[in-house]
Ligand binder design. Structure first.
Ligand SMILES: C[S@@+](CC[C@H](N)C(=O)[O-])C[C@H]1O[C@@H](n2cnc3c(N)ncnc32)[C@H](O)[C@@H]1O
Ligand SMILES: [Zn+2]
Length: 403
């Protein structure tokens, strides 16, 4: 098949596919090639796709049935093709893109990988496609929304097309709104206020899940976040859906706010959408800033993450080392408190030399506190101590290493 644009063959995971030759579409090194090419393909998202393969396999082993999956914004098809080829138990995959070039390239890649019998390719608007799978026996076990920017415009129809107990995955790359650079856009799209704190990536995941929870609640669907993370320039969450008003009510109970003090780093995460919020910082009396409403419940399910590690060890992925190190950090932060402290930011503010993260974690542990690293930042600690005690500990460590 001929394409009007330059292409090249790429290998990723266990598949080989044709992608636009990205170098042909940029004049300057700093230009972002994936969005210049006529069909989208971003090699930097390989880890995101690797984790999609692992998460879907984990889910399949948990539910122990054959799966129908949908990737309604597929670009050149690599993600959906990898799911169909690399995940045991995928019976059928529907891949779709609004761009006719993308749909044609995806069809070519489906045939190249000998998957025409189980992969169907469509060329429609994603919401239109998903809505046409909304009837009870037509729904999917897995819907993967990996768009440009925000996934929110597709969540309603993804939920409609997801069976009871199904898994939905959402990528959000609009980090400027989610991290508080464009706060109005975040409020408008996600229904929650962001904050420019050192843990804004965690807030971004929580705003994304919050938006999913509230949209699902309208359909009387509860959601359970089983795996979430941030990497590169995006955040991503995987959540299962359970039908019923009671489930939806339970999920809504995981909504709340995060209150943050920019003077002393105190933060708290009150549950509930209707209770009055504290206005002043109990640590220093300054005015507390509010993030939310957002999800203050768990970002991970322990059982799901343990099985994800087993799947990651089984596969020979190019990003295996990075994935295992991320999953190992996540497995330790699953039950740690909401939000983390960036040690360098804290030291900056109080004019202290920066101790190593391991020294801070050891110091807090010896003092009897829970203290763990986080995959969100290599310079941060999750701990159940207060900001004041943490600051004292960091100052003491600085004194010891300085004396
Ligand atoms: C970020 S790319 C997808 C990348 C792909 N998921 C992957 O893993 O490589 C987003 C894709 O969505 C497609 N798209 C944008 N708006 C759409 C819509 N309303 N319906 C269907 N596809 C759409 C674009 O053509 C583009 O190919
Ligand atoms: Zn304070």
């Amino acid at each position: 098949m001929d394409f009007w644009f330059p292409t090249e063959t790429v290998k990723e995971g266990e598949v080989e596919f044709l992608a636009p030759r990205l170098k042909a579409f940029v004049k300057e090194a700093w230009e972002y090639a994936p969005s210049k090419a006529p069909v989208f393909y971003n090699p930097a998202m390989e880890l995101n796709r690797d984790l999609a393969v692992l998460a879907l396999q984990t889910y399949q082993r948990l539910v122990k049935r054959e799966l129908a999956v949908c990737e309604p914004l597929t670009g050149c098809g690599v993600r959906g093709i990898r799911l169909a080829r690399e995940v045991e138990g995928v019976r059928k995959a529907v891949l779709n893109d609004i761009s006719s070039d993308a749909a044609r390239l995806t069809s070519f890649n489906v045939n190249l990988n000998g998957l025409a019998d189980k992969v169907q390719v469509d060329n429609k608007d994603a919401n239109f496609l998903l809505s046409s799978y909304g009837a009870p026996r037509k729904r999917f076990d897995y819907v993967d929304i990996d768009p440009f920017g925000s996934p929110v415009p597709y969540i309603d129809s993804a939920l409609r097309a997801l069976r009871n107990g199904g898994l939905v995955a959402l990528t959000a790359t609009d980090m400027a709104p989610l991290c508080g650079v464009h706060a109005k856009a975040c409020l408008r799209k996600y229904g929650g206020k962001p904050l420019r704190t050192e843990y804004c990536h965690e807030l971004a995941v929580r705003l994304l899940i919050g938006s999913l929870v509230m949209l699902a609640a309208k359909h009387d669907i509860g959601v359970n976040a089983v795996f979430s993370y941030s990497d590169y320039n995006y955040v991503r969450t995987y959540a299962t859906a359970s039908y019923g008003a009671k489930s939806a009510d339970n999920s809504v109970q995981g909504m709340g706010y995060i209150l943050h003090c920019f003077s002393c780093f105190h933060r708290e995460s009150p549950n509930g959408l209707t209770s009055p919020l504290r206005r002043d910082c109990p640590g220093c009396g300054s005015k507390l800033q509010i993030a939310g409403p957002l999800w203050v419940g768990p970002l991970w399910d322990k059982g799901f993450c343990s099985r994800l590690i087993i799947e990651a060890k089984r596969k020979n992925l190019r990003n295996k080392v990075k994935i295992l190190s991320m999953l190992s950090l996540i497995s330790r932060e699953i039950h740690a408190p909401v939000t983390y402290y960036a040690i360098d930011k804290l030291c900056d503010k109080f004019n202290l030399p920066v101790p190593s993260l391991s020294k801070v974690i050891d110091g807090l542990t010896v003092a009897g506190f829970l203290a763990v690293a986080t995959h969100f930042s290599s310079k941060a600690v999750r701990t159940n101590t207060s900001a004041t005690i943490l600051k004292e500990m960091v100052a003491r460590l600085a004194k010891v290493s300085g004396s």
